[in-house]
Design a protein around this ligand. Structure first.
Ligand code: OOG
Ligand code: MG
Length: 263
């Protein structure tokens, strides 16, 4: 077997483990030093292939570790990219059941929508020109690793902990997105506060970072796809029977209820 074949074989085996952990809601051990960043992105694309083969549809991309708050919380200091499928989208109007998830957390985000398809090697200008709307969003992250701890390569292989996402109402795109207060409330109590300027200095820079990541690791996005720019605050653990609200000043509000009785 050539090196390339054995590497591909190993990536497929690890992707299957992570995919199974996600579907069964079980945490697995970290891979740690075993993986390079290149291998980790290869595993991530194998994970996507498994989902597409089951009939899922690509719905967007997400960035991770675009803010100091997230980098400090997780100890990872490099921007990462993952994929979103249509099955990960949840409607804020219906209570989200937490059964089957490992140890979900939630974080406030800014979402961009692309009115046009993004080709694989799209330039920054092309990507910015393709955005037609912005919305507040909530991302539910759920690491498939024990204790929600991981290295850079681990979290990339695990599709950047992507699990579910909720979108608020879309508003017309503006590039005036910096300096807006971000508030995360649980049952009406302020739990995290931040500012959109924490996202790479300005959420517009998330579009530029996505352009770089897409040229390097991505394969473009279909028209109508979403980009989550990365959380401006630390994530908080999700519990049953709660109402979680994110407010992005001047952009809007997005809410999610979790099913079950509050503990
Ligand atoms: C990785 C995902 C990071 C963000 O917004 O920074 C992320 C994690 O924290 O588990 O989605
Ligand atoms: Mg996030």
């Amino acid at each position: 077997m050539t090196t390339t074949q054995s590497t591909t074989h190993e990536a497929t085996a690890i992707a299957r483990q992570l995919d199974q952990a996600e579907r069964e809601g079980n945490a697995i051990a970290q891979f740690g030093d075993m993986l390079s960043l290149e291998q980790a992105y290869q595993i991530q694309s194998e994970l996507l292939a498994l989902r597409l083969a089951r009939g899922e549809r690509i719905a967007g991309a997400k960035l991770g570790f675009t803010s100091e708050a997230k980098m400090a919380q997780m100890g990872v200091h490099e921007v990462i990219v993952g994929f979103l499928t249509a099955d990960m989208h949840v409607d804020g109007g219906a209570a989200l059941a937490l059964e089957g998830l490992v140890h979900p957390r939630i974080e406030p985000e800014v979402a961009f929508r692309f009115g046009r398809a993004i080709p694989p090697g799209a330039s920054e200008e092309q990507i910015i020109a393709s955005v037609d709307a912005v919305a507040p969003a909530l991302e539910i992250i759920d690491s498939r690793y024990r204790d929600f701890s991981f290295s850079l390569a681990d979290v990339v292989a695990d599709n950047t902990s992507a699990s579910r996402y909720v979108l608020g109402e879309w508003t017309e795109f503006t590039d005036d997105l910096a300096g807006r207060a971000v508030t995360l409330l649980v049952d009406g109590t302020i739990t995290e506060t931040g500012n959109t300027s924490a996202i790479l200095g300005d959420p517009m820079n998330a579009l530029k970072a996505f352009a770089r990541m897409n040229s390097r690791y991505g394969s473009g996005l279909p028209a109508g796809a979403v980009l989550l720019a990365g959380a401006a605050t630390a994530a908080v653990a999700l519990a049953p029977g709660r109402t979680i609200t994110a407010i992005v000043a001047g952009i809007g509000t997005v809410e999610l209820e979790t099913a079950g009785a509050a503990a």
